[in-house]
Ligand binder design. Structure first.
Ligand SMILES: [Zn+2]
Length: 197
């Protein structure tokens, strides 16, 4: 079945899981399968990147950026849209996000231009936005270090004339662990125990 091959291409799905999903769908009511496939078709057509935070969204600005009850002076920097979902699930963070869509990785020729780094710097240094704290919620990797180092360097002049605080998640996250897969309690603790950089 071709659908098994398609499932197999998804991250985290092995051949066995792909088979199980395909046979499960075979027994689902037709309307449900149709709805599912129409959602898949709309996935690419119906989504854009939020012009402010670069998160994947159906409206621009996204619901988080548009929400007046969130603290827009508190900016959480993440690598991928899935990290936003993981942090939102903890319910602990009430600020706004910036999604980089990657990390600086000199070994693989990924520089600041290849990710949404310049947008981040522009956003932070815009006095009108009054951003007071930037939290780097990145996984513990060499690429994260390079990314935070670059941003900190770019912001050093701005920091002399502002009260900007740069923080990062506490080392509650194991080295190499994915924020996306961290359990809620670990992530909550890491967010609460964030320290200044
Ligand atoms: Zn947004």
């Amino acid at each position: 079945m071709r659908v098994i091959e398609s499932f197999e291409k998804l991250p985290g799905i092995g051949p066995k899981s792909a088979q199980r999903l395909a046979f499960y769908m075979l027994h689902m009511p037709s309307e449900e399968v149709e709805r599912f496939s129409s959602y898949l078709m709309q996935l690419k057509q119906g989504t854009v990147l939020c012009s402010l935070c670069k998160n994947v969204t159906e409206t621009d600005p996204c619901l988080i950026c548009k929400n007046p009850t969130r603290d827009h002076t508190l900016l959480c920097v993440v690598e991928q849209p899935t990290d936003v979902l993981a942090i939102e699930k903890t319910g602990i963070f009430m600020g706004v996000y910036h999604v980089l869509h990657g990390l600086i990785d000199p070994l693989n020729n990924i520089g600041p231009e290849e990710i949404y780094m310049n947008d981040l710097i522009k956003r932070i240094t815009n006095y009108e936005l009054r951003i007071t704290e930037v939290i780097f919620a990145l996984n513990s990797t060499m690429e994260s270090e390079a990314t935070i180092m670059y941003a900190t360097k770019e912001l050093s002049v701005f920091r002399q004339s502002s009260d900007l605080k740069i923080t990062r998640l506490a080392h509650g996250l194991p080295i190499g662990a994915d924020i996306e897969y961290a359990d809620e309690i670990t992530l909550k603790r890491a967010m609460e125990g964030r320290r200044e950089y």
